[in-house]
Design a protein around this ligand. Structure first.
Ligand code: ZN
Length: 440
């Protein structure tokens, strides 16, 4: 697996870009406000979301909507049955820009909670991190697939991740690496300042070079983020007995021999709030800056390994050329024209919309004929979307008047002065008429 990542790097068009700059750009886009917002939606708006409540489905739909709203990550539900109930993992896939490389990097977190807990830390924090990293990485194109997986029924025994791994192995998928995030915001007061986060690796399989790979993730984390993260092996029994390292979704990957890591707050086993109603936004020692740093480590790690080909965070520029604002047209047809440009990834498509109608994809065309326009005022909208999904929208209003006979007030205002003028003209013409000769 380690070697395969090397192949992915080699297959990329690396000479076209300064990779370090791209990774820095990507990391800089991770936003703490967005991260905290995602967590608050899950914890406050949706609330406790165990596998058997309707709120679990609401959370799945929220996650799928967020993936789809990027315009470049597509969401699928991976259904399975647990305890006679049909439930789903939510998978967000960012396709590989290199069609010859369909290997995957997987980022995962569980979105379910125990029955009475809002789960701000466990694992709203990991799910929020997943959504924020997905939002940012959706603006990039990579040399392999990046998959964002929100697992279900983790709290009942890692059922979602077990199902995911089983399906992946059955269909022969090539998972290069998996990073699980479960609890990343508790600022444990007993943590050393440089070890508020743990990168848990599988120390039981030295032949897979897991520790060396953990070192490379830490180096990435420390280079791009200066995050307070240190590695710890799942054979370490200083804090807990080793079975406890199996208590989150990375264990489903470890058990199948897949290179996997767990990002975890320092000894989160001591967190007094989790698995209760106290795991809420009110906990003072919940530190969203810490979770944001964890998100930056994950984004930097994925960006570095997956070979970024494009990173474009700037929407296109767009100008509507015609009609001009307030334009009046005397026909039921009107041609709309515009100019667009996009420096980083290029224009992907344009869309046009009239009034409250649906958006019409017009591809790369820079004009569109509106036909059958009704009389009255209208608004035409033009949207430019770049190749990674950033978009900009402009609109202009115009009026249509196709009536053959002018309205009554125009007739009156035109006729009154005209009749006055004609009366005056006739009067003067008559006045100036030479006298009629009396004799011939
Ligand atoms: Zn958890």
């Amino acid at each position: 697996m380690y070697e395969f990542v090397g192949t992915a790097v080699a297959s990329a068009n690396a000479e076209l870009l300064t990779k370090k700059d791209l990774v820095e750009t990507i990391v800089s886009q991770i936003n703490e406000t967005k991260f905290e917002w995602f967590d608050s939606i899950l914890a406050n708006n949706i609330g406790p979301r165990p596998y058997d409540l309707v709120s679990n489905t609401e959370a799945a739909e929220f996650i799928a909507d967020e993936f789809n709203s990027t315009g470049s990550i597509y969401a699928t539900y991976q259904w399975f049955t647990y305890a006679d109930k049909k439930i789903a993992n939510v998978i967000g896939t960012l396709p590989s820009a290199d069609l010859s490389n369909q290997s995957k990097i997987v980022v995962g977190a569980h979105f379910d909670t125990v029955s009475n807990s809002p789960g701000v830390d466990d694992d709203g924090s990991g799910t929020a991190l997943l959504l924020e990293v997905a939002r940012v990485l959706s603006r990039c194109r990579f040399g392999c697939i990046v998959e964002f997986v929100a697992f279900n029924a983790e709290e009942n025994g890692l059922w979602g991740s077990k199902h995911y791994v089983q399906q992946a192995l059955q269909s022969g998928e090539d998972i290069l690496l998996m990073i699980n995030i479960d609890m990343c915001i508790w600022d444990n007061p007993s943590a050393p300042p440089n070890e508020k986060l743990w990168l848990v690796y599988d120390g039981t399989v030295p032949y897979k070079d897991c520790e060396r790979f953990a070192d490379s993730i830490l180096e990435t984390g420390h280079t791009y983020v200066t995050a307070p993260i240190q590695k710890i092996s799942n054979t370490n029994d200083t804090y807990v007995s080793v079975e406890n390292w199996q208590n989150s979704d990375q264990a489903s990957f470890w058990s199948m021999g897949i290179l996997a890591f767990w990002i975890f707050e320092f000894n989160g086993f001591q967190n007094p709030y989790i698995h209760s109603s106290a795991d809420s936004m009110d906990v003072e020692s919940y530190n969203f800056t810490l979770g944001t740093e964890a998100a930056r480590v994950v984004a930097a790690t994925v960006a570095k390994l997956a070979t970024p080909l494009i990173a474009d965070f700037v929407p296109p520029a767009l100008w509507i050329i015609s009609p001009g604002v307030g334009y009046k047209v005397e026909s039921s047809n009107l041609t709309v024209t515009w100019i667009g440009s996009d420096a980083d990834s290029g224009i992907g498509r344009y869309e046009v919309k009239l009034d409250e109608g649906a958006w019409i994809n017009v591809g790369n065309k820079t004009s569109y004929n509106l036909t059958g326009l009704d009389d009255g005022s209208h608004i035409v909208y033009v949207k430019a979307v770049d190749k990674v999904g950033n978009s900009v929208e402009h609109s202009v209003n115009f009026a249509v008047s196709t009536t053959i006979f002018p309205p009554v007030w125009i007739v009156i205002t035109a006729l009154v002065p005209a009749s006055v003028v004609s009366v005056v003209v006739v009067y003067f013409l008559r006045k100036k008429r030479p006298p009629i000769p009396t004799t011939l």
